[in-house]
Each structure stands twice: as C-alpha cells, then as structure tokens.
Design a binder for this molecule. Structure first.
Ligand code: GN1
Ligand code: MG
Length: 348
C-alpha cells in the first residue's frame, strides 16, 4: 500500500492504514498521516471495468457545482503528485484517495426513523442538486446495473449454465422469483413511460453511504462509483431495502426481518423534502414499487451469484449468497404483505 500512497506525496511516508470493512465490492482503508485523515479505496476492476469513468463522473459533477456556484459538499478524489485522479500499481490496480470529512461518522444500521429521514433527505438533495446537469455527459460505470429485465435474464441464464446441484436444491426460491415476474413487466413499462425521468442517481443508497455529524444530522452522500443516469426507484428502492428492516441482508434469523412503517414514512418525507417538485404524479405513486423493485432485484442478484458459484459477491461461508437471497425474498414477501397499509400512509 505504501507504494500507492507515496504517489500522493512524501507526507504519506509514515501514514498508518486501518481497514474499513462492510462493502462487498471495493476495499477501503482509513489513512492517517499526522493530523490529517483520508479514505483510500481500491477499485474492483471486475465490477468497474474502467475506473477512469468513475473519476470522470466525479470531475463532471465538481465542475457543474462550480458552474452553478453551489456550495454542495462533493467528496472528490485527490490528485496524485503527477496530477492523476487515480493512483495505479501494476500489481494491485487502481486506487483513489479522498479526504476524510472532519467530525463526520457513518452508521451501519438504521436505528431510528430520524436517521432514515436524514439519509433520504441527503439522497434527494443529491439528485436535486444535479437536476440541471446534462446526464448524457455522465458515464455509465456499470452497464445495465439496475436493469431489472437484464438481471432477470442473467438469472435465467444461470439456471442453464450454473451449478446444477445448487439449482436443484433451490426449487422454492426459483419458483418464487418466477412468480414475481410481474415486477419485471412493470419495470419494462416504466422504461417506455415518459412520466419517468432519468436523473443523476446514486444507485447505492445504503445508510453507510451517508455521512452524519455528531448531532446525527446528515452532511452529504459518499461512494460515487455508481452515480449514473437512473430512475428514482433505484435510490428510493435501495433505501426501502436497507432502512425498513431492523436487520440487513446478512441476518440468518428471518424472524427478525420486519417492515417498520414509520421508517417508510420517514424515507418518503425525507426524500420529498428536496424532490417533491421534481417527481411526476406517476413517480409519486411508485414509492412502494420502488421498494419491491429493488428488493426483488437484489434477491435475484444474490441467487444468480449463488448459482454461478459466488463469482461476484464475497461469500464468507458455504451458502452465504443463498442465505442473502432467502433473506431478501423474505423481506419482499413482508413488504408485499404491508402494501395496502403503507399506501394509505403515503396518501395522508
Ligand atoms: C454491493 O459493495 P457494496 O456493499 O457497496 C453492490 C450493490 C448491492 C450491495 C448489496 C457495485 O454494494 O448493488 O446492493 O452490494 N454494488 C455493486 O449489499 O454491485
Ligand atoms: Mg458501493
């Protein structure tokens, strides 16, 4: 790691590194050098085929903020001494360094509806801030990332080419995914519906991607790797997926999976704080679909990866990705079970 850090200058000679775990894709470290702290990340090139696309997106956003004289806090990459936005090492690949925002903290689990509100407010603010950015200039860092139709196709392909032993043992899960195919049909209708707009979308709105201050107010969003043109159902949906239940996708005791109604309302209220004037009537009516869409997609992605012998998501034990898929299937069923109740709440 030191050879990487030294590309940023000699002040990093005696820097110390501390691993930050949690993400499933990139590796992350907190770097301390004297009084200053930074975040160093190694970009997973199996997932992000062209790390320069991420760097260019962040630059585009930073330039846009300058052009509109916005004081929005965007955590940009620090340049190497050679003026590069990414550090490269032939053996280890691409890295980026950002500053560590002073007095900020992240949280791993959403414990209060106020936290859900604050996070949703930050993600809404993010999209709203860039509402005048020309999204055709934004790079697609992962093609078809939240394309549910494509994810479903990958699932079908995995049934043919995947591990047959694993597939045979999962008839119930496969049947459930197939039975909810109407969620793909609805997604396809959205694609051709002009009431649904493409906007600057974060695509990874879990709580650990929001910085909080010591009073638990949101500061800004981080992890801009998957910022791409997208639909609001991606960001709101991933908040539903990760904030509604008191336990996350790692939980093996599914009895602990619950839909917290007040958290649902907090997400809607927080997001609309900035996005109310932006969303069409059709979009406003799709908050619950957003949750169903994303939970279903994540269940498909975990199950597909399980059938493909865990190529994408790090598995720490043998059936890890199956458990994650089952967890998401359980969450999906519980959200469907509460749909009418939640709908009433949105209308209030
Ligand atoms: C991945 O690495 P992480 O935790 O930020 C994934 C998300 C999934 C999430 C599930 C690029 O995110 O889409 O929702 O795992 N990111 C990518 O935990 O695939
Ligand atoms: Mg991420």
């Amino acid at each position: 790691m030191n050879s990487i850090l030294q590309q940023y200058g000699s002040q990093f000679l005696n820097a110390t590194l501390e691993v930050i775990s949690g993400g499933l894709i990139n590796q992350t470290w907190k770097v301390t050098s004297g009084e200053d702290c930074f975040i160093l990340q190694r970009i997973n090139e199996n997932v992000f085929r062209d790390p320069h696309k991420i760097a260019a997106n962040v630059r585009l956003m930073a330039d846009h903020l300058k052009a509109i004289s916005s004081d929005y806090l965007l955590v940009s990459q620090i340049k190497t001494k050679a003026g590069e936005e990414l550090a490269f090492n032939a053996e280890k690949g691409y890295f980026r360094l950002t500053s560590f925002i002073k007095n900020s903290k992240t949280i791993q689990v959403v414990e209060t509806s106020e936290q859900a509100y604050e996070a949703a407010l930050q993600f809404g603010k993010f999209t709203k801030t860039f509402s005048r950015l020309d999204i055709s200039k934004l790079n697609v860092t992962i093609p078809d990332f939240h394309n549910l139709s494509y994810r479903y196709k990958q699932f079908e392909e995995s049934l043919l080419s995947g591990d047959q032993q694993r597939i045979k043992a999962c008839t119930a899960e496969i049947e459930l995914i197939k039975r909810h195919r109407y969620l793909v049909d609805k997604y396809n209708r959205i694609l051709s519906d002009s009431n649904f707009r493409l906007r600057v979308t974060h695509h990874d709105t879990k709580i650990s991607n929001v910085l909080f201050d010591k009073n638990n107010n949101g500061i800004c969003v981080i992890d801009l790797d998957t910022v791409m043109p997208g639909y609001f159902i991606s960001d709101v949906g991933d908040m539903m997926r990760t904030y509604l239940s008191p336990v996350n996708e790692e939980e093996r005791d599914f009895q602990k999976i619950k839909i917290r109604n007040d958290f649902f309302q907090a997400i809607v209220a927080g997001y609309l704080e900035n996005m109310r004037g932006e969303l069409s009537k059709a979009e406003m009516d799709s908050f619950i679909y957003a949750g169903l869409f994303l939970i279903y997609m994540q269940a498909i992605r975990f199950l597909t990866d399980y059938f493909n012998n865990d190529q994408y998501y790090k598995a720490r034990y043998e059936h890890h990705n199956l458990v994650r898929a089952q967890n998401q299937i359980d969450l999906l069923a519980k959200l469907i079970g509460q749909e009418s109740q939640l709908n009433e709440n949105v209308l209030k």
